[in-house]
Design a protein around this ligand. Structure first.
Ligand code: DAT
Length: 180
């Protein structure tokens, strides 16, 4: 059965603004906000923490089974917030937003969060080398991957509006397809 609403992944290096965008989008659209980090932590879908990188070593099978059971694939209308995207099956996902941020601004955001040493360095390198953008482009069809800048508040506003318009169009196209 075709889903009535699209599923959207918001990805990017830590600090680029994924949570800011994903929460606002979910609120405006009436979609379900999915903090993958929170689920991994709360449900224990991990094999401990990589202290150097400051992230969970995720048990992907358990995470995907959990999301599947929540009806993501059939119902749609989920906004997924995670600093990786290649693990989500292609058939679940309709749009992948990769947020990008100016390095100086990102540096300030990450240090404000207490990142330092190797954790700070690795995340800065990841943004500069556009690791997440490449991962998204390798994992999904080119036409569903969109790179958006997230250095200023105005950009958040513009990005959210742009995605809302995209969702409207997706629904129209989807209805038209269903009526064929
Ligand atoms: P992420 O979920 O990618 O780790 P976040 O949404 O928690 O990022 O944002 C990190 C911090 O930066 C937070 O204090 C909000 C701020 N921020 C994010 N995107 C921004 C933007 N485009 N303009 C101004 N501040 C932004």
């Amino acid at each position: 059965m075709a889903r009535q609403n699209p599923n959207i992944v918001i990805t990017g290096t830590p600090g680029v603004g994924k949570t800011t965008h994903a929460e606002q989008l979910a609120r405006n659209l009436g979609f379900v906000y999915v903090s993958v980090n929170q689920i991994v932590k709360d449900e224990g879908f991990h094999e401990g923490r990589d202290e150097e990188l400051g992230s969970w070593v995720v048990d992907e099978d358990k995470l995907l089974d959990y999301l599947e059971a929540s009806g993501i694939s059939e119902k749609g209308g989920h906004v997924l917030d995670w600093h990786a995207c290649e693990l989500f099956p292609e058939r679940w996902i309709d749009l992948v937003i990769v947020l990008r941020c100016d390095s100086t601004i990102l540096y300030d955001r990450l240090t404000a969060r207490g990142y330092k040493g190797k954790k700070l360095e690795e995340n800065m390198d990841s943004e500069i080398m556009q690791v997440l953008l490449d991962e998204a482009r390798e994992s999904y069809k080119e036409e569903i991957v969109v790179e958006l800048q997230s250095s200023s508040d105005e950009e958040v506003e513009g990005n959210v509006e742009r995605v809302e318009k995209w969702v409207e169009q997706w629904k129209k196209d989807n209805e038209a397809k269903g009526g064929e």
